[in-house]
Design a protein around this ligand. Sequence first.
Ligand code: NAI
Length: 367
Amino acid sequence: MSVWGGRLQRSCSRGADRDRQGALFMLTAAGVMMKTAFFSAKAYDRQSFGSALQQRQLAGFEMVWLEAGLNLETAVLASGCQAVCAFVNDDLSAPVVERLHALGVRMLALRSAGFNHVDLSACRRLGLAVARVPAYSPYAVAEHTVCLLLTLNRHVHRAWQRVRELNFSLDGLTGFDVHGKTVGVIGTGRIGTVFARIMTGFGASVLAYDPQPAVEVQSMPGVCLTSLEQLIEQSDIISLHCPLTEQTRHLIDAERLSRMKPGVILLNTSRGGLIDTKALIQSLKAGRLGGAGLDVYEEEEGIFFADLSERGLQDDVLARLLTFPNVLITSHQAFLTHEALHNIAARTLQSLLEFSAGQISAEARLV
Ligand code: NAI
């Protein structure tokens, strides 16, 4: 017997059977066979999930590794699977989740913290369970944000290129001390809190804005909670760590960019849609911004994680952004540490296991 999507069903012993929706069931010594279509699979995913599966000896779990990203066309690849494992640029809009549901998929396991790419109300309507990885390493993302800041401020990306060409001149490479500066942190959840703590370690003063600030940040030495508008006007460095929602889309628009201090460094390792990219380009063209360090881009889907070096870039906005010497872009890699990958794999497998046992724990469950 196994609980499936909250419903108690009979499964045949050591064999395969099909339930009413056509989903494949198989009872093994380890329990119910859980077949999961793993979209946007990269080599590092196969490694981290492979070793997590081995460690737990989950004989009843099977991953179908798919290099393809998930969209309306590729959804069919999940045929015969009860679960889909998806990443940040996979399309989980209503038409896609409807197609997955029609194929017999009953659970979506997001291997990300953010879930702005999922139509949760459609999942709710269909009775599709959704789990995410609420926290896998806030340090990975916060440390990458620091990496963007220091690289940009001290022009390390340009210095590296120069020295390789035997140009040892320092012209144009002057930065500033982070010590003594004011750093604005928008969103003081797990990642924002770690980033704020690191910045206080540099000797910077932190201005933090969050409608629901984390308890830890409220009493952190060197951190002052403030309004968004004050933070925008007074910070030398601004870092975004809030989720992308309808309320936060284009939080950084032309008007707010115009009120920032001249020379401000803007950092975004959260979600691309938080910044109006066209307004950012105007601000960069006007020479108002000191720099922009971006790990995310609002139209990154289909670009980030892909090798386009042979095909070239179709996105003119991103192409323009890449022409500024004071813009540093990484392709959504802030999460990419061994520790984070290990934790993502462990939590995702845990959620799949919990789902097959009938109940995903509250910390990971979205629907
Ligand atoms: P979290 O849920 O712990 O914290 C988010 C915070 O933002 C909360 O305290 C919330 O109250 C606050 N917030 C909500 N609306 C706000 C607003 N309008 N203004 C200011 N703050 C607001 O999330 P966590 O783990 O810190 O992650 C933050 C974001 O980082 C995620 O939403 C995700 O988009 C992004 N992320 C990016 C990664 C990457 O590889 N680049 C990896 C992991 C997360």
